[in-house]
Design a protein around this ligand. Structure first.
Ligand SMILES: NC(=O)c1ccc[n+]([C@@H]2O[C@H](COP(=O)([O-])OP(=O)(O)OC[C@H]3O[C@@H](n4cnc5c(N)ncnc54)[C@H](O)[C@@H]3O)[C@@H](O)[C@H]2O)c1
Length: 249
């Protein structure tokens, strides 16, 4: 599938940027989508960038159509756009902020679904390759889907939904020759975690059995690339976490 175009959301930063780079280094052309302005220097040479909020239905439909026109089709999607909002279900401040919960679900769950539906419909128009394949979708869940910590109820709910969409999405898309796989990362060294003080970073690193460090985003990129290359991988959520099982807190 090299030289084919792949949409990467959240490509301005962190895991999305790493996935875009790994795929571009292996010959794929990248449509980099993000809400934030994308620094051209941070993107691979063969990337086009597009500004969009993944939770906006019409805007995503329009951007996907634009990408298909610009690249002559879409053959892959990597959903990395995501947000985190912490808060306990009930704390001393009162009940969990309802709007914060809805925002996390809107971006992490609906945003992932929204891109799968819009880009998936365009992938379905591709001529199948000799294996009958028309495209690949990679979503980003989190180990919080399984080991949600205190204060992670919104994020864990959203990433659990991404994990549980994986199999039905793969089943829905099977007759179209489109595979759907999710990655559930542990703790990666991205801007999402960059604001943490050094002692908190060290404490986090010590919780990972091996390698006991914040993971390199390049390892996420390598996994995304592998999913594109491995024709049997489908309908699965892959933990990428150095054997980390998060404690309650
Ligand atoms: N970093 C980690 O340790 C880790 C662990 C598990 C899962 N994840 C998940 O991996 C994904 C990437 O995380 P990251 O660490 O690279 O974070 P990041 O904050 O560095 O990057 C996320 C990107 O998504 C973009 N984005 C946010 N809301 C958007 C929207 N509505 N529309 C379009 N783009 C939007 C942001 O602008 C940003 O560029 C997220 O889904 C995150 O939940 C990260």
């Amino acid at each position: 599938m090299s030289s084919k175009a792949i949409i990467v959301t959240g490509a301005a930063s962190g895991l999305g940027q790493a996935a875009a780079r790994a795929l571009a280094d292996n010959g794929y052309r990248i449509a980099a989508l993000d809400l934030a302005a994308i620094d051209a220097a941070a993107l691979p040479e063969n990337a086009n960038s597009y500004s969009v909020d993944v939770s906006e239905t019409q805007a995503v439909d329009a951007i996907c159509a634009q990408v298909a026109q610009d690249f002559g089709g879409i053959h892959g999607l990597v959903n990395c756009a995501g947000i985190v909002k912490g808060g306990k279900l009930v704390s001393r401040k009162g009940p969990h902020d309802a709007e914060a919960f809805k925002q996390v679900i809107a971006v992490n769950v609906f945003g992932t679904f929204n891109l799968m539906r819009a880009a998936g419909a365009l992938m379905a128009e591709n001529e199948p390759d000799t294996d009958g394949a028309r495209g690949v979708i990679v979503n980003t869940s989190s180990i919080a889907a399984y080991d949600g910590q205190i204060g992670q109820i919104a994020y864990a709910a959203s990433k659990g939904a991404v994990a549980s969409m994986t199999l039905p999405a793969a089943r829905d898309m099977a007759s179209l020759g489109i595979r759907v796989v999710s990655i559930a990362p542990g703790i990666f060294d991205t801007p999402m975690l960059a604001g943490l003080p050094e002692d908190v970073r060290s404490a986090l690193e010590a919780t990972v059995p091996f390698p006991a460090k914040l993971a390199d985003p390049a390892d996420f990129g390598a996994m995304a690339l592998h999913i594109f290359q491995n024709k049997t991988l489908n309908g699965e959520v892959i933990r990428l976490d150095g054997a980390l099982r998060m404690a309650p807190q």
